[in-house]
Ligand binder design. Structure first.
Ligand code: HEC
Length: 203
């Protein structure tokens, strides 16, 4: 619960920040830290865009040239390889996680669970969700971005028998017997990008 309220406070600060009311955040952090938060926010945004576009491009490619099963296998074999190679490239730790998991290895940790629940609450109230940057320590920053279900996602995360064929779902179930990531409607919260960035020091 403690982490939760800490995250809440930070989110409020960050929302103020993203509305351009920099004054508020300067009252709570030094000007130098403001610049840092801003820098890591931008870096998180850039990295999540690259990841998302890479996955999306591959999915569309696979889905148009192969059957959905080819795209599912692509996801299964490559989701980790991709995050691993990009993690090395950027020297950050990137993860996609959710409250409704397909792959149990993507399970959220405590603070990810807290923020996912918080995002769900905001969504239920009809509020807009923003991405956030949170300082974890003097050198560690955490970027979080909500992931929404879109049209393309319905092929694998929608309804079995309507947007996902029974045949394709068999392929998914075989690879992910504990799958919970179905029945998502467009606009539902599918999960979050969770990106940890560590500042390099000369010491
Ligand atoms: C071709 C099928 C397919 C499509 C289309 C698809 N996904 Fe997935 N998705 C998967 C598979 C398979 C996994 C498990 C990957 C793994 O093993 O890490 C997955 C995992 C995820 C995860 C990680 C959390 C978890 O449940 O393991 C998120 C988040 C996610 N998908 C979001 C989306 C979004 C958003 C879209 C639409 C832009 C989308 N997916 C489209 C098949 C698909």
């Amino acid at each position: 619960m403690k982490t939760y309220s800490k995250i809440l406070t930070l989110i409020i600060l960050i929302s103020l920040f993203s509305c351009g009311e920099n004054q508020e955040i300067k009252d709570n952090n030094s000007a130098k830290s403001d610049n840092k938060l801003n820098k890591y926010l931008e870096q998180g945004q850039k990295i999540s865009d690259i990841y998302f576009n890479t996955i999306r491009t591959h999915l569309i490619e696979k889905m148009s040239s192969n059957e959905i099963s080819g795209a599912v296998e692509y996801c299964n074999e490559n989701a980790y390889k991709l995050t691993d190679s990009l993690n090395k490239e950027f020297n950050v730790y990137v993860k996609r996680t959710s409250l409704k998991l397909r792959n149990p290895n993507n399970a959220p940790n405590e603070r990810e669970t807290d923020i996912l629940n918080y995002y769900e609450q905001l969504l239920a109230k009809g509020e807009k969700l923003n991405d956030s940057i949170i300082r974890l320590s003097d050198t560690k920053y955490w970027y979080v971005k909500p992931i929404f279900a879109q049209g393309l996602c319905q092929n694998c995360h929608g309804n079995v028998g309507s947007t996902i064929s029974e045949k394709n779902y068999e392929v998914i179930k075989k690879l992910y017997p504990k799958d919970e990531a179905i029945n998502l409607k467009q606009g539902d919260l599918r999960g979050i990008w969770s990106i940890e960035m560590e500042e390099k020091t000369d010491k």
